[in-house]
Design a protein around this ligand. Sequence first.
Ligand SMILES: Cc1cc2nc3c(=O)[nH]c(=O)nc-3n(C[C@H](O)[C@H](O)[C@H](O)COP(=O)(O)OP(=O)(O)OC[C@H]3O[C@@H](n4cnc5c(N)ncnc54)[C@H](O)[C@@H]3O)c2cc1C
Length: 494
Amino acid sequence: MRVVVVGAGLGGLGAALRLQGAGHDVTVVEAQPRPGGRAGQLRDAGYTWDTGPSLITMPWVLEETFAAAGLDLHAEVVLQRLDPFYRIRWAQEEEHLDFVGDRGRMREQLAKFSARDAAAFDGFLAAMKPIYEEGILDAGRRPFERARDLLAFTPRMVRLGAALPLWRSVCRHFEHPRVREAFSFHSLFIGGDPFRVPAIYGALVYLQFLDGVWYARGGVYSIVEALARALDVRCSTRVERIEHEHGAVTGVVLEGGERLRADVVVSNADVLRTHELTGRRAPLRPLTPTMSCYLLYLGTDRTFDTLAHHTLLVGTGYRDFIRDVTRRGRIAATFSTYVHAPARTEPGMAAPGGDSLCVLLPVPNQRRERIDWSERARPLRDALVADLETTFGLEDLGAATVVEREMTPADFERDLGAAWGNAFAVEPTLHQSAWFRQHNRDRKLRGLYFAGGGTHPGAGIPGVLLGAEVTTGLIARDFPAPPMSRRRRAASPI
Ligand SMILES: Cc1cc2nc3c(=O)[nH]c(=O)nc-3n(C[C@H](O)[C@H](O)[C@H](O)COP(=O)(O)OP(=O)(O)OC[C@H]3O[C@@H](n4cnc5c(N)ncnc54)[C@H](O)[C@@H]3O)c2cc1C
């Protein structure tokens, strides 16, 4: 069977590899000059930065993706367990919190803030265990195509407290404001407002203690390269149209007019824009995209020792900050950022003696108010660097910077085709999850499927790769492989 995958993001590559492993003839078509999508890479003057994802969880999802095509992940990519997982620092506060894999040491970390919260840690993990097993492990690996799939799933999640807002759920377990922030921020990095996402996202913490937090040598981009190596990926080629006839897809038309015939098309393009590719009308009630990000990539001539490999820097007014970027559509006055500093673990990621820092600042998407990033980026960059220097003690960061790059919501929109410059696809609220999210199989066009952060189960490296498993499972059901004997006859020259 001929398959075209539109887009070489991690979800598209994961789906392509699984389909190729199942014996299909797969071509991936990517608009950008290199594969990876949000998981891109920048290199300059001896510095290497992952442009997007950097923190790897659920490594077995990667193992299974490679294994589905007969490949061994560990022969392709070197994974290294991180300890601590990440560090959290608060504006002008001395005490920081390291998330460490050993539960005893983690309790010691929490006891720095509250003895009661340290004692509550095991109870929190115990509460998250069934939510992880049923809400992420089970529900994340099966399609939610019928309302009855949702009806069967919801009562149990409600009983487990997984439908409560995450913040409220965390507050039930922990009392100290810093600890509450530390256990609720994770959803931000897949585009979810911790005060609104369902508590199911609390299980993101549980799964880190279960399987660890990992680093891929060379960065996440080494995973992209390993996936792409095994596939036929045509880069710098935009798909202009997904063609269909009598309710079934027939192929794609590329920029320039070339046609690729296909029985199945998997779209890894932004689900909020697929109607533009299929020539159908926009949905009456489109899903809401997530916030965006301003990303600053700095190459410095010295290291910054207060940073761990991953560090979350929480500014004052955390709640207001989140409200500004998610609801009010404005750049917040104080900054909460996440900094990736991989040279801690792999010195070769920076020029000798230096750091290659990626600073991620959540900012609004372009939907509510169209910000002119060609004007706003420079002052924001300066304010951000000044804030890192004064509020978080990264002294002389500006002066130590040798090379720098940036990425704004305008780049997400222009380069990756992200609707309104969203960074993490569709917002993961209760009303945009599971059955309410874009289904993995198109409801109307036979042969059209979806992979990536906008479809079920959602964004994140494991999210889009689990989604690829769901999508390819549906394709296997809809297009069963012919029995072995017929396949052999078809392949035989006589
Ligand atoms: C800044 C940032 C940090 C993140 N950090 C983490 C992290 O630490 N850990 C984690 O697990 N997750 C993280 N994530 C989330 C994770 O990166 C994403 O969810 C995931 O990479 C998205 O993959 P995707 O399959 O949706 O494809 P995308 O990355 O969205 O790629 C889609 C691809 O389709 C291509 N395309 C679109 N339209 C067309 C067309 N018409 N023709 C051809 N090609 C087309 C685009 O060019 C793009 O390459 C982060 C995301 C961001 C933005």
